[in-house]
Every structure is written in structure tokens, then in C-alpha cells.
Ligand binder design. Structure first.
Ligand code: ZN
Length: 249
């Protein structure tokens, strides 16, 4: 089975479309932050909703749907959250409101899906210090997470542990990098952000987990970034949300 793992789409329709066109997959697991920041919340929900076998909510899904206050957000994120709340159709707003909190185990795959840390949905896993407790405590050997918008992760096998950095060429082409899952190894894997990468690479990020081959492949794919930026500007969203897509941060 090939599982497509997506995170942090953030209402970027052009990025999501490019990913869905490029990826070959049997099931889709979505790690949350479907909306917020980008200008196409309804189009993105309409596209992803019927294709996902599993979706966990992200902090932006929670705030944009009104489940929790936007007061903890910076002014730009807060403005986008209010805009998104007003823009979403009642049906799509209801779907986002009902998204379950992670961590959730993917059926028959022996992996866990979460938005932030599987021990705390709002916590960022940025380094081995953050990754250590979940690496020791999770019941499954693989946990997929998002929230940081940084592709990669953290691995441990016995006494050996290290940060994972996909070895991808930095250019404007599609690229991929695969790693084998060794028996007894444990991993926290971030597929990267589809719609607002923050690892200084503007290309949309995703990952494929091939459960038979025991292999995870990280992908980057170019998309029509100008169209996405145009929608943000035309919607009256903060200009910074368009500019940061080019910077990949
Ligand atoms: Zn996010």
C-alpha cells in the first residue's frame, strides 16, 4: 500500500493540485492545518475531503473554525483566521470543526498521525530534544507529524539516533529522496508543508510511505506560485502571506 502523507496545506489550491497530480497513492493521510493563511479554503476542503482516509486537525483548523480563540496567533495569522472563518461555507466549516484531535493510528498500517507532537498537538518538534520523548513513548515505530512546515524528521535505532534531512537537490525541478525503514528502528517523520514551506525551499512538500517496500520517500514539486500569491493579494489577505511563499519560510 502506498500512503500519501500531507500536512499544512494552508488553503493553497495550486500547491495541493500539483501534489495530487504528481503523487501515486492508495490512501491519503492528512496531518492538519488544511486551512489558514491561503486564499482557497473552500476549494481545498472540497478537493481533499473525499480523498482522505484520515485527517487530524491542526491548530489553524481549530482557530479558523472558531473552536478556540485567535488571540494566541500573531496579527497576520489572526487576520487570516478571521478571513477564513467568514469565507468557509457552513458545510466546510462544520467538517473542519469536527476533525478529530491527534494522535490517531492509521488503520492496519501500524503508524500514528499527529499535527504537532503526538504528546501535545500544539508543540513544535524542531530538534532532537523535542523529539526524544515521543520517540521513546509512542506505541508505533513510525509517527507522522507536521506543524513546523519543515520536511525531515528524527530516527532512532538502539543507541544510534539522528536528525533526518532529505538529500534533495535545491533547484526548481521535481525531486525525491527515499529512505528504508530498518527492522526495530523508530521514526518521527514530517512530510513537510504542501502550502507554506518554511525550510527555505518554495516547492510543495509531501511524503509517500510504501508499507510493503518499507520505504519512505520525501518529495518536492514545483507549482504555480504566482497564481497562489495572486489569490492571496486579491482576497485582501496580508501581503506577507504571499511574499513568504517565494522565500519558502
Ligand atoms: Zn501549519
Amino acid at each position: 500500500m502506498r500512503a500519501l502523507i500531507l500536512s499544512d496545506i494552508h488553503a493553497n489550491l495550486e500547491a495541493l493540485t500539483a501534489v495530487l497530480d504528481a503523487a501515486r497513492f492508495d490512501v491519503l493521510w492528512n496531518l492538519g492545518d488544511v486551512v489558514g493563511y491561503g486564499a482557497s479554503p473552500n476549494q481545498v476542503v472540497d478537493l481533499i475531503r473525499p480523498k482522505s482516509q484520515l485527517t487530524v486537525r491542526g491548530n489553524h483548523d481549530r482557530v479558523c473554525s472558531g473552536l478556540t480563540s485567535a488571540l494566541g496567533f500573531n496579527p497576520i495569522a489572526r487576520a487570516a483566521a478571521h478571513w477564513t472563518h467568514d469565507e468557509l461555507t457552513p458545510d466546510n466549516l462544520g467538517w473542519i470543526k469536527r476533525l478529530p484531535q491527534g494522535p490517531i493510528e492509521a488503520p492496519e498500517a501500524g503508524v500514528t498521525c499527529a499535527h504537532g507532537s503526538p504528546l501535545n498537538e500544539d508543540q513544535y518538534i524542531l530538534n532532537m530534544r523535542d523529539a526524544w520523548a515521543p520517540l521513546q513513548q509512542m506505541p508505533t515505530n513510525i509517527t507522522f507529524f507536521g506543524h513546523t512546515h519543515i520536511q525531515g524528521g528524527f530516527s532512532q535505532q538502539g543507541h544510534d539516533w539522528h536528525e533526518l534531512r532529505p538529500q534533495l537537490p535545491r533547484n526548481n525541478e521535481a525531486a525525491s529522496w527515499s529512505m528504508a525503514i530498518a527492522d526495530g528502528s523508530r521514526h518521527l517523520i514530517n512530510p513537510g508543508s504542501v502550502g507554506q514551506p518554511r525550510d527555505y525551499d518554495w516547492r510543495a512538500a509531501f511524503a509517500i510511505y510504501d508499507t510493503e517496500a518499507r520505504e519512505i520517500t520525501f518529495h518536492r514539486i514545483p507549482y504555480d506560485i504566482t497564481a497562489s500569491q495572486g489569490r492571496i493579494l486579491m482576497a485582501g489577505l496580508p501581503e506577507r502571506l504571499a511574499a513568504r511563499l517565494t522565500e519558502g519560510r
